[in-house]
Design a protein around this ligand. Sequence first.
Ligand SMILES: [Zn+2]
Length: 166
Amino acid sequence: MDCPDFETLFAAQLEGTGEYAEHVAGCPDCAAILEEHRQLEKDLFRLADPLPPADLVARVMQRVAAEPLPVRAEMRVGLSILAATLMAAVLSFVATRGPIGLLGASAARAVVAWKTALWGLNNAVQVVWSTTAIPLTVSLTLLLFLSLVGLRRVAPPRAVEIEVHP
Ligand SMILES: [Zn+2]
């Protein structure tokens, strides 16, 4: 019996038993080819990406909990300050003006007052714009820019790096 071609040989190997199994048992050439093919397949499976470990999510969450999250902390502090300010505002209103039902009307009055103030500010800006020289505007812009850059330097870094070691 002649040696079968590779495809027939590999198909016979997949099926396990077959008419070529006897031939392979008695033919070192075909046995060597099949063994090489088997090793190659094994290596390919090993090369394929391994599945992530089962405890990956748990480890990531552990790292997240361990990291000092600046953004989250800032948010918490900011919300606390906001809540405290609102509470203080409401309390002071109740203490000075009376029942809380009047808060809405008072807030509306405050908005109207702010609008008036902003309108005045707008007029002032128009006056300044028409009377002052350009150097003043430029220097004010520069000042604003510098203070913004300074604020950025002071602010803590926002990026949080999470490393997961296998
Ligand atoms: Zn053979």
